[in-house]
Design a protein around this ligand. Structure first.
Ligand code: FUL
Length: 495
């Protein structure tokens, strides 16, 4: 309001505008406050909400290991080994964009310490490789390609560095943070910073060739490192086993937990802990909002190995992974190992486009829109039309006392569907603890699924049926539910 007053210098106009703005704000806030349902803590931050919308994005493992045919380099590799013949980040970005993914996270530095950008702080980087005669900067190239194809850029920076002589000593932290600052200062907006939990062990370490263990909880002083990210890239989410913004799902197979809370007692978890996967379901009463990210490779390895050209995951498998990650309140970070040429291999790109076609064909038509919604009760403002208005900012909620509230969608003519989508309005916290899903077919109600959590998105596959109606009953919830969307879809047949 103040800005408006400053802008309009003629007194009368100023007063009029002031009154209009003031009046409309009061009316809005009155309607809003009357019917709003209170949030249940913890709730996501803006950066976490923005990230959660991305749902499906790419990991690219491409670095020294691509040329040594390894998964973990020792750190003694010569920079001259890094020599892609046809490197083309536009090819990566085009394929990834056409696959429906929203961003790319690149292994800027993996455990062997080789840096894909000409870092000022090490000689172990592209600047001493034959690629572009040492004048190349892969992060810059990728940044430009991402801009061209409307993708967000993220960076993986391995905390473990098997090349650096200081690894394991306090001095290494300065090096690590200097490199982090370079990546976060020089390449525009970064959407995610990925800190790997694998750290400490044997390595080259400047020629000492020894084993160096670190205290995983204390050594990195993570809180100070997180401050650098917050200062330089306030919108970026930070990934590690334990958050603070997003956490590891607990396996590298592509499967989130059936019960999937975004809530976690943050202090019970730390990066690199061995029995991390006992936290993969999250914790119903967890104090912090830290949703999971599901990372998995399209091939058996994270890095490219030519003998895995025939082992690209099948479409069937990738579809299963999609439903068990994005469809279980997580996000899918699908890794594509770029090959020695510096290109996404033809077999991987073919599979990505098959998956894109499958997802587009499934989700472009919400069959629930053909039905008539009825609900056991309505909170006035959050009326039932919000259930399928395709807007995650609106939601439906029940009236006080309607403890096992129900949503029914009836169809005039039977429809044929085999996927149900339910989304909670997570800005108010994750609330639903259990639900029941039924369909009515040939005049009979059949139980399809009794499930637990929903969160950002729950996708349920079921056998295709002629459906006269569907019914969702919220069995248990914290406070009232806030349901933002319900969708019904039909998948194409997989060959
Ligand atoms: C792991 C690493 O050790 C693997 O090499 C890979 O980068 C994977 C995504 O994370 O912890």
């Amino acid at each position: 309001m103040n800005t408006l007053i400053v802008k309009f210098k003629i007194a009368k106009t100023t007063i009029k505008i002031f009154l209009i703005v003031f009046a409309s704000q009061s009316v809005l806030s009155c309607v809003y406050n009357k019917n709003i349902i209170p949030p249940i803590n913890p709730v996501p931050t803006k950066r976490q909400l923005d990230w959660q919308q991305m749902e499906y994005y790419a990991f690219i493992h491409f670095n020294m290991n691509t040329f040594t045919n390894k998964e973990w380099g020792y750190g003694d590799e010569s920079p001259s080994t890094f020599n892609p013949s046809e490197l083309d980040t536009d090819q990566w970005a085009k394929i990834i964009h056409e696959s429906g993914m929203k961003g790319i996270i690149i292994t800027a530095k993996h455990h062997d310490g080789f840096s894909l950008w000409p870092s000022l702080y090490t000689e172990h980087s592209v600047k001493n490789s034959p690629w572009k005669n040492g004048k190349g900067d892969l992060i810059r190239d990728l940044m430009k390609s991402c801009k061209k194809y409307n993708l967000k850029l993220g960076v993986y920076l391995s905390p473990w560095d098997r090349n650096h002589p200081d690894y394991g000593k306090p001095e290494y932290l300065n090096y690590f943070r200097n490199q982090l600052s370079e990546l976060l200062s020089n390449y525009g907006e970064i959407f995610e910073v990925w800190f790997d939990g694998a750290n400490g062990g044997d390595g080259y370490y400047g020629g000492t060739n020894e084993i160096r263990h670190v205290d995983k909880k204390a050594y990195y002083q993570w809180e100070d490192t997180y401050k650098i990210v917050r200062n330089l890239q306030p919108n970026a989410v930070i990934f590690s086993d334990s958050g603070p913004d997003i956490r590891w799902v607990g396996n590298e197979k592509g499967y989130a937990n059936e019960t999937s809370w975004s809530n976690l007692y943050r202090d019970s978890v730390y990066t690199g802990m061995l029995d991390y996967n006992r936290f993969s379901a999250g914790q119903e009463f967890g104090t912090h909002w830290i949703p999971t990210e599901t990372d998995v490779s399209i091939r058996p390895g994270w890095y490219y190995h030519s003998d895995q050209d025939s082992k690209v995951k099948s479409l069937d498998k990738l579809v299963d992974i999609y439903f068990n990650s994005v469809g279980l309140n997580s996000a899918l970070l699908l890794n594509i190992p770029v090959d020695k040429r510096g290109l996404i291999h033809e077999n991987d790109s073919l599979r990505l486009s098959e998956l894109a076609k499958f997802l587009k064909s499934t989700f472009s038509k919400n069959l629930a829109l053909k039905g008539k919604i009825s609900t056991s009760s309505n909170n006035v403002k959050n009326y039932k039309k919000h259930i399928n208005d395709n807007d995650t900012n609106t939601y439906w909620s029940s009236e006080n006392g309607d403890d096992k509230c129900k949503i029914e969608i009836n169809f005039n003519k039977p429809i044929n569907a085999n996927v149900l989508k339910i989304s909670e309005h997570i800005a108010l916290g994750q609330r639903i603890k259990s639900f029941h899903f039924e369909i009515k077919s040939e005049n009979q109600w059949k139980s399809i699924k009794t499930g637990t959590t929903i969160g950002n998105k729950r996708l349920i596959r079921f056998t295709s049926n002629d459906i006269d109606a569907i019914r969702i009953t919220i069995l248990e919830t914290k406070g009232k539910p806030a349901i933002s969307e319900i969708g019904l879809y039909k998948t194409p047949t997989l060959n």
